[in-house]
Design a protein around this ligand. Structure first.
Ligand SMILES: *[C@@H]1O[C@H](CO)[C@@H](O)[C@H](O)[C@H]1NC(C)=O
Ligand SMILES: *[C@@H]1O[C@H](CO)[C@@H](O)[C@H](O)[C@H]1NC(C)=O
Ligand SMILES: *[C@@H]1O[C@H](CO)[C@@H](O)[C@H](O)[C@H]1NC(C)=O
Ligand SMILES: *[C@@H]1O[C@H](CO)[C@@H](O)[C@H](O)[C@H]1NC(C)=O
Ligand SMILES: *[C@@H]1O[C@H](CO)[C@@H](O)[C@H](O)[C@H]1NC(C)=O
Ligand SMILES: *[C@@H]1O[C@H](CO)[C@@H](O)[C@H](O)[C@H]1NC(C)=O
Ligand SMILES: *[C@@H]1O[C@H](CO)[C@@H](O)[C@H](O)[C@H]1NC(C)=O
Ligand SMILES: *[C@@H]1O[C@H](CO)[C@@H](O)[C@H](O)[C@H]1NC(C)=O
Ligand SMILES: *[C@@H]1O[C@H](CO)[C@@H](O)[C@H](O)[C@H]1NC(C)=O
Ligand SMILES: *[C@@H]1O[C@H](CO)[C@@H](O)[C@H](O)[C@H]1NC(C)=O
Ligand SMILES: *[C@@H]1O[C@H](CO)[C@@H](O)[C@H](O)[C@H]1NC(C)=O
Ligand SMILES: *[C@@H]1O[C@H](CO)[C@@H](O)[C@H](O)[C@H]1NC(C)=O
Length: 554
């Protein structure tokens, strides 16, 4: 949907470009993904009179066009007579027939669509976000038989639309159908006859639907070609049942933010072409079985469910991006494959140590590692030379202890380091000063001791936030702290510091009357890899898929 595209933030794009660069290397041998065709360039030559008149009738029926989007749609001068040159219109350069209409302008309040039935060779029709709630009866057998790309997203449509969409059943060409952002509560059984359908988006519909029954209704010849199924953020209920097994062409399965319960069917892992699976934010139970071993999945997001286990033989041989956070997973760190570059296991019940970090299987391109909020114990092993690309390391809220190992200097790209709320101790090693890209260090609530190192001020000049609160640091605050020009948050509270405070540190907070920056919500700059919002989730998912498909397509 276009809104999705618009909402993307720079940082996500960056994440995705970065991921896709890496993944293109890993996955070039896989088949190309299907992407809806981009608008082609406009054809040449005069358009068909009847079709031009149909467009003009449409324009005449529109009350308001405040942005003047249809201003090129006029016939007064010879130069603009050719409707193939109009904004949003594409013609066949051989026949002159209109083949594409891109009318996703927003708020045109399109009421009578009879004019559309005069487009006899239409192939692509994008009419999302136009509030066409009242439109009906435009699909007749001649205009519908040529359409292969139909986007009716964000139109407030309810299931009465299927009455006039029915002629599409006879359309053996339809490849892409977007019905997201409406109020649909079912799909009719005849959708199973759309033998060419590859891309089906039914996201953000607001009515409850049984997922197993939905699949049954798609289970005609549709299940052979369907590649991309996006049901994000709807109200699907029931289980991720075995019926999924028959959709043997599925590459992308997006079921995030629904109300699915029960266990994840074993058949999901056996889908021969599945590459990306997002079932996050449902109420799924059970676990990840060993059947994932042979799957081609490279993106898996099962976060925010109630999963309890990952089978000890569930080696995810192709996975690059894993989010299993916010579940109930009990056990040691799963057997991670050397293809992983993004790993989020935060908020589970994982125990045991971090020795896997020293295994040769760890990917040197790993750039996001979040093991926070578990019950991990032991020391950080002194073998961090694997992690030259690591940008975010979050080990906060565990039961780890010991010193920060001196091999930390290998983390040349580290931007954020969270070791807070553990039982670490000892002095901060000088080698941490080599991690010059650090912008955030949170070592709060541990047992660190010694002085606050002077080299933090001299070497870590990118720091925005430094928290050493609730430790055993002693002696004076080094004046070199004043060299940290970007510093916005400094928390040295609850230590044994004494002496004078460097004059550059404007003191704030109670009992003084001056507020600290941290008293209000501190706005850190956008950073690679950190995103939480539900909306952003789909963006990540979507853009990874899109970007890779694009790259592989070439
Ligand atoms: C027009 O048609 C010719 C012949 O089929 C084709 O080679 C050319 O790419 C087309 N041009 C455009 C702009 O589609
Ligand atoms: C559909 O539209 C075409 C073109 O206007 C017309 O020739 C045809 O009769 C219509 N068919 C139906 C079933 O209305
Ligand atoms: C569905 O939409 C149609 C067309 O806007 C409307 O007439 C009908 O009342 C709607 N039905 C429901 C149940 O909202
Ligand atoms: C499945 O199709 C039948 C018949 O068209 C319909 O009555 C039912 O509501 C559909 N179910 C779903 C979940 O779409
Ligand atoms: C898959 O779609 C193609 C057209 O894209 C069609 O020719 C083929 O028959 C479809 N496969 C099945 C099994 O229906
Ligand atoms: C899927 O395939 C299985 C085994 O081939 C079959 O028993 C089942 O009826 C199929 N399900 C659907 C929904 O087509
Ligand atoms: C799934 O939820 C439905 C209610 O929405 C409930 O009837 C059913 O028992 C649940 N199934 C499982 C396996 O929890
Ligand atoms: C987790 O899932 C629940 C629904 O199961 C949802 O309400 C909640 O917003 C989700 N939380 C996050 C952080 O996505
Ligand atoms: C992880 O799985 C791989 C592949 O099956 C296996 O070779 C390796 O021994 C496993 N490692 C552990 C620690 O279980
Ligand atoms: C981690 O756990 C702590 C203590 O249980 C809790 O205060 C904190 O909010 C949790 N963090 C996250 C991100 O959930
Ligand atoms: C933390 O480590 C210290 C030794 O450094 C030890 O005495 C203490 O018991 C540990 N605390 C916890 C809660 O494990
Ligand atoms: C990792 O998981 C935690 C818990 O679900 C979440 O708060 C955090 O945002 C996730 N990290 C990323 C980068 O998505």
């Amino acid at each position: 949907m276009s809104t999705m595209r618009n909402n993307i933030s720079h940082r996500l794009l960056y994440v995705v470009l970065f991921i896709s660069l890496l993944l293109v290397v890993y996955f070039t041998s896989t088949t190309a993904f299907y992407l809806p065709p981009a608008p082609t360039t406009r054809g040449v030559g005069k358009c068909i009179d009847n079709e031009r008149h149909a467009l003009l009738d449409f324009k005449a029926s529109i009350d308001r066009d405040p942005e003047g989007l249809l201003s090129t749609w006029r016939t007064h001068e010879e130069a603009t007579n050719d409707c193939c040159e109009w904004f949003g219109v594409t013609c066949s350069n051989q026949t002159g027939h209109i083949t594409g209409l891109y009318l996703s302008f927003g708020n045109l309040q399109v009421e009578n669509l009879d004019w559309l039935s005069r487009m006899t060779k239409l192939e692509e029709l994008r009419m999302n976000d136009v509030f066409m709630g009242k439109a009906d009866n435009w699909v007749n057998s001649s205009s519908s038989s040529s359409i292969f790309d139909l986007d009716l997203g964000n139109n407030n449509l309810n299931s009465s639309l299927y009455n006039w969409l029915f002629p599409l059943t006879s359309n053996i060409k339809l490849e892409s159908l977007v019905l997201g952002g409406n109020k649909l509560d079912m799909i009719p059984k005849y959708f199973g006859n759309l033998c060419s359908l590859k891309h089906f988006s039914f996201s953000s519909n607001t009515m409850p639907i049984s997922f197993p029954n939905f699949l049954k209704n798609l289970s005609g010849c549709t299940l052979f070609n369907l590649t991309y199924l996006d049901l994000y953020n709807s109200q699907f209920t029931g289980s991720l049942s075995n019926d999924i097994q028959n959709f043997s062409s599925l590459n992308f399965l997006q079921l995030s933010n629904n109300r699915l319960n029960g266990t994840i069917s074993e058949k999901v892992w056996q889908l021969p072409k599945l590459q990306a699976l997002d079932v996050s934010s449902n109420s799924l139970q059970g676990g990840i079985s060993k059947n994932i071993r042979n799957s081609k999945i490279w993106f898996i997001d099962v976060s925010n469910n109630s999963l309890q286990e990952v089978d000890s033989e569930a080696y995810m041989s192709k996975v690059a991006i894993i989010d299993m956070s916010s579940n109930n997973i009990y056990g040691t760190i799963p057997n991670i494959s050397s293809t992983v570059i993004w790993l989020n296991l935060s908020k589970n019940r994982l125990y045991g140590g971090l020795s896997f970090l020293c295994g040769h299987v760890v990917n040197p391109d790993l750039y996001y590692l979040d093991l926070s909020n578990n019950s991990l114990t032991g020391k950080i092993p002194d073998c961090l030379w694997h992690f030259k690309e690591l940008q975010i390391l979050n080990l906060g809220y565990n039961k780890l202890f010991g010193k920060i190992p001196s091999s930390v200097h290998f983390l040349k790209n580290l931007q954020k380091l969270y070791l807070n709320n553990n039982n670490f101790s000892g002095q901060l090693p000088l080698s941490l000063g080599s991690c010059t890209k650090l912008i955030l260090i949170d070592l709060g609530a541990n047992g660190f001791s010694g002085s606050v190192p002077f080299w933090i001020g001299e070497k870590l000049s990118s720091l925005y936030a430094l928290s050493l609160t609730s430790n055993n640091f002693s002696r004076t605050i080094p004046s070199q702290i004043c060299q940290l020009a970007n510093l916005q948050l400094l928390d040295l509270s609850k230590n044994n510091l004494h002496g004078t405070i460097p004059p550059c540190l404007g003191l704030c907070g109670l009992p003084l009357s001056k507020y600290c920056p941290g008293d209000k919500e501190l706005q850190l700059p956008p950073i690679l890899g950190e995103n939480n919002g539900d909306d952003d989730k789909e963006n990540i998912w979507f853009y990874i898929g899109g970007a890779i498909g694009f790259a592989i397509g070439f």
